[in-house]
Write a protein that binds this ligand. Structure first.
Ligand SMILES: *Cc1c(COP(=O)(O)O)cnc(C)c1O
Length: 387
């Protein structure tokens, strides 16, 4: 049997190795504390679950959904964008549902990338931008994110010939894995850049609602002229503790949305309508609920950051997202340091180079484990001798 190159060349999914390391320790009878995977431990809110209970008895929901989603779902998306960002979307043409943002992100490359085309991909980044590009036959040109630039790409440093050739630029703020945020000024610059070089601007906005200390994250659609060239991906996974339900949305330029809808309609048959109803409820969660949910993460963030600082690791509390991104002590690679934490402390973290070569020298700690496990993880770390 001969597999396609896209399968042969596929790197192992980042978290597969982590899951294996955890399983190996468990087999030895050792309980590890995992700061590895970003997957909210807090339950889906009751209001959202209650909505499913009635939705599942609705016979219309037992049939194929429309690819673009229920009009009511798209209206709820439009209402959320209006209230939250002051962006007015036409629910009929500027919003579609996704089977989680990851699905839309992976399929988006099929809308823009032909074999041999170039995509501008941040490094480090969520791996799906690069893999989607590869599946479409494209090549990734990596744009480094650096601490000294606040983990924002220097668009002015992208060589002109590369920018001319590129068909898409991926961005993600608030950022996974670095925890960085972008200003509306930066988004304005990104839109100008995309327009100058006729590049589709694709923004992954999964963490705009997971914010701390009064920080309010912008949507790229607030930027001047963004509607001409940009599509934004959003998810209820992190906002409303719904990773297991798979519900997200794409919004923005109507031609881009239409292209994604056409691609999707040939691959999947839409998102279960009962789950779309859950999504509608989640899009209407009160700001109080969101604030209280974020407070749980903020307390965890502060505990983890304080402990890391105590043992001599220079951690800064992020204003958004679910991750602490920290430089590791001199003398280790990311993988070696992650291994040391596992061997000596039975603590799992993600090595930064898993998100791209520019992540070397960093590790990522996720805040999505229950408070008591955070406490246990923190106490295991606090004795660590970095010698
Ligand atoms: C979690 C995550 C996603 C995936 O969201 P789903 O809606 O669960 O598919 C997308 N992008 C980033 C950066 C993420 O961290």
């Amino acid at each position: 049997m001969r597999f396609a190159k896209r399968v042969e060349e596929l790197p192992p999914y980042l978290f597969v190795g982590i899951s294996r390391a955890i399983a190996a320790k468990k087999a030895e009878g050792i309980d590890v504390i995992s700061f590895g995977i970003g997957d909210p431990d807090i339950p889906t809110p009751d209001a959202v679950l209650n909505r499913l209970e009635t939705a599942l008895r609705t016979p219309a929901h037992h049939r194929y959904p429309e690819s673009e989603g229920l009009p009511e779902f798209r209206e709820a998306v439009s209402g959320f964008y209006s209230r939250r960002f002051g962006v007015e979307l036409d629910p009929a043409t500027e919003a579609i549902n996704l089977i989680g943002a990851k699905e839309g992100i992976a399929h988006a490359s099929l809308c823009f990338i032909d074999p041999g085309d170039t995509a501008l991909i941040p490094d480090p980044a969520y791996p799906v931008y690069e893999i989607g590009t590869m599946f479409a036959g494209g090549a990734s040109h990596f744009v480094p994110l650096k601490a000294e630039n606040g983990w924002l790409p220097r668009l002015d440093e992208i060589p002109t010939d590369v920018a001319r050739a590129a068909k898409v630029l991926w961005l993600n703020y608030p950022n996974n894995p670095t925890g960085a945020t972008a200003t509306l000024d930066f988004f304005n610059e990104a839109v100008r850049f995309a327009k100058e070089f006729d590049i589709a601007l694709l923004h992954d906005a999964c963490y705009t609602e997971v914010t701390y200390d009064g920080y309010v994250a912008p949507s790229i659609l607030q930027a001047e002229g963004a509607r001409d060239i940009a599509m934004e991906f959003h998810s209820l996974s992190k906002t409303a503790n719904m990773t297991g339900w798979r519900v997200g949305m794409a919004v923005g330029n109507s031609e881009m949305i239409n292209a994604l809808m056409r691609v999707k309609s040939n691959i999947d048959s839409g998102l279960s309508q009962a789950i779309q109803e859950m999504g509608i409820e989640a899009l209407n969660l009160s700001t109080d609920w969101i604030h209280q949910n974020n407070e749980i993460y903020r307390k965890r963030r502060d505990r983890v950051v304080a402990t890391l600082n105590e043992i001599g690791i220079n951690a800064v509390a992020p204003k958004a997202g679910l991750y602490i991104w920290v430089p590791i002590p001199a003398g280790y690679t990311s993988a070696e340091f992650a291994q040391k934490l596992l061997d000596e402390r039975n603590v799992v973290v993600t090595p930064g180079n898993g998100y791209g070569p520019a992540g070397e020298g960093y590790i990522r700690l996720s805040l999505t484990i229950p408070d008591e496990l955070i406490d246990e993880g923190v106490s295991r770390l606090s004795g660590l001798d970095l010698g």
